[in-house]
Design a protein around this ligand. Structure first.
Ligand code: S3P
Length: 440
């Protein structure tokens, strides 16, 4: 599937009801599946990645009933396995493209006496899994990966030991996997990170009856086992990572004014907005009542004339890890150099996002340089429409679409169907704001 985006000689104007948050949706489904009793989940993201999680917990014995499926997402009734634990699945569990599904499920099953094989698509099968296997093995689980440390992953769960794990990477997926395994270990399990990653697990677990202790800097989190989750109802707010694309579009396209209601504005997800504000962008947050333990706001973004380059430090990166490609697009239109430091993790996302961002922006005519773990963009440079590839990566497909709004002529994005992973209605929403996006 290809998307053809035309240079915008009009403005992006309007309100968009964004898709709900992918990270929060995964956790709501997984925690409800682990819990004793029946949870009602409202506004679960209906996308390929979350469908992988729903299928995974069903294969492990949770009962998931889709009660409503509409443009607001899925309303699910989930009856969890509770104290009985998950059952042995009859076949390998296919996690599709979803790293969150694979890594969190590894932690979920590690402490139960069952054997589970996890497989994924070509992209997921290239991504590093030792970062989760190592702490789970240290806790006593048996985990086998390929020689390269990738999936398929075979997990034979058993009684676990509580650990204090110092993770070499700031990764919410690793942190969550270890904390979830820690619920099956007698005593206190702590994860310490080099920088704080998104904290949805820590925010949501208390609703399911599990206390989580977090240090002030948000760099360590602890749970005490053995613990069984209790059912809890969750309402999922809109996804700030999806918001980032429309915010970037509004900031770049002259005359634009876009309002995005009910977005999760958790500080561990919002560094993209802080960086854009530092660049001089007009972005406003209008606070709304919290949802499911998450702060929520309407984000208002407007065209911003005098953008300037900034430095994004390594410490900020975990809080904008999914937004670097689209921030780099904005940087092509900012005066001076924008430098992203410590972005090596981008090389092991759904694609090598560091190389891919360099290559696509260079093809569009930007002044861009990349090193092992840094990226620099100097602007402003006019962009010229050309054909760029998503490489099967949803965030790249959307970032290049935003670039296409300000590139002369037409920009064609190959492999546009990747947007199904997190934002299936992306082209439709952009078109409703006034963009010309043709999907063929
Ligand atoms: C996610 C965490 C991030 C992010 C991914 C979703 C999560 O990955 O890139 O899209 O839901 O925990 P890492 O925590 O591994 O960096």
């Amino acid at each position: 599937m290809q998307a053809r985006v035309s240079f915008m000689d009009r403005s992006l104007i309007g309100d968009v009801r964004l898709p709900t948050d992918k990270s929060i949706s995964h956790r709501a489904v997984i925690f409800a599946a682990m819990a004793e009793g029946e949870s009602q989940l409202v506004g679960v993201l209906d996308s390929a990645d979350v469908r992988s999680t729903i299928d995974a917990v069903r294969a492990l014995g949770a009962h998931v009933e889709v009660q409503v499926s509409d443009e607001r997402g899925l309303r699910l009734k989930v009856t969890g396995w509770g104290a009985d634990g998950p059952s042995r699945p009859g076949a390998p569990i296919d996690c599709g493209n979803s790293g969150t599904t694979a890594r969190l499920i590894m932690g979920v099953v590690a402490g139960w006496p069952i054997s589970v094989t996890l497989v994924g698509d070509a992209s997921l099968s290239r991504r590093p899994m030792r970062r989760v296997a190592d702490p789970l093995i240290a806790m006593g689980a048996h985990v086998e990966l390929s020689f390269e440390g990738t999936m398929p992953a075979e997990i034979a769960g058993r009684a676990l030991r509580a650990v204090e794990y110092h993770s070499p990477v700031a990764s919410a997926q690793v942190k969550s996997a270890v904390l979830l395994a820690g619920l099956r270990a007698d005593g206190v399990t702590t994860v310490v990170e080099p920088a704080s990653s998104r904290d949805h697990t820590e925010r949501m677990l208390p609703g399911f009856g599990v206390e989580v202790t977090v240090d002030e800097a948000g760099r360590s989190a602890s749970v005490t086992g053995l613990a069984v989750l209790r059912a809890c109802d969750v309402i999922v707010p809109a996804d700030p990572s999806s918001a980032a694309f429309l915010v970037a579009g509004a900031v770049l396209v002259p005359g634009s004014h876009v309002r995005l209601p009910n977005v999760a504005v958790n500080p561990t997800r919002l560094a993209f907005a802080r960086v854009l504000q530092r660049m001089g962008a007009s972005i406003e947050l209008r606070e709304l009542p919290a949802m499911g333990g998450e702060p929520v706001a309407t984000i208002v973004a407007r065209h911003s004339v005098a953008l300037g380059g900034v430095t994004v430090s390594a410490g900020e990166v975990p809080s904008l890890i999914d937004e670097v490609p689209v921030l780099a697009v904005v940087a092509t239109q900012a005066a001076g150099t924008t430098r992203f430091e410590g972005v090596g993790e981008l090389r092991v996302k759904e694609s090598d996002r560091l190389q891919a961002t360099h290559d696509a922006l260079a093809a569009l005519g930007a002044d861009v340089r990349a090193g092992d773990d840094w990226l620099e963009v100097t602007g402003p440079t006019p962009l010229a429409g050309c054909t760029v590839a998503s490489l099967g990566d949803h965030r790249l497909a959307m970032a290049w679409t935003i670039a296409g709004l300000v590139a002369s002529g037409t920009t064609s994005i190959e492999g546009f169907e990747a947007v199904e992973v997190s934002y299936p209605a992306f082209a439709k929403d952009l078109a409703e704001l006034g963009a010309s996006v043709e999907v063929v």
